[in-house]
Design a protein around this ligand. Sequence first.
Ligand code: ZN
Length: 150
Amino acid sequence: MLYHGRLLTNLRKHKMGIGNPMCRFCHDEIESEIHVLRDCPKATWRDFWATACHAIWNWRNKETHNDNYQRPLHAKNIIMSYVNYYHNVLAKSVIVISQPRHLEEVGWKEPLIAWVKINTNEACKDGSIAGCGGLRVRLTLLFFRSKGHF
Ligand SMILES: [Zn+2]
C-alpha cells in the first residue's frame, strides 16, 4: 500500500475531502506517510529498526573478522533487549536544555619581537616525521629598531 501511495493517512483522506490532515497524536504535524512511519512519536518501530541494523552489521563484521564468532541464535530477543536498554536509559536521562556558553577565540597570534614561532598541527603519516605549516619571524622590526640606535 505504501509503495502504491495507498496508505489511508489523514493527508490522503483530506485530499479526498474527508476530515483534517493533521496527526491525531501530534496535532501540529500533517499525517503524511513519512510522518506515520518515521517521524511520529507513535512510530516506535524506528528504534527497533535502527538497533536491528546496527546489531546485524556488527554481527556480520564479527563473522567476517573472527572465524570463531557465532551470531546469536535468538537475534530478535537480543535486539529487543538492546531496544529496552535504550528506552530505559532514555527515560532516565536528564536532558540539558541550555548551558551558559563561554566563547574563546582560538587562532594564531603573532610572536613577540625577536621570537620565532613555528606552528604545527601534529599531523604525521605512519609515525614518520611531522610537517609544519607556518613560520613567522619578527626579526625585521628588530633590525629597523636597532638600526636607529647606530
Ligand atoms: Zn504524529
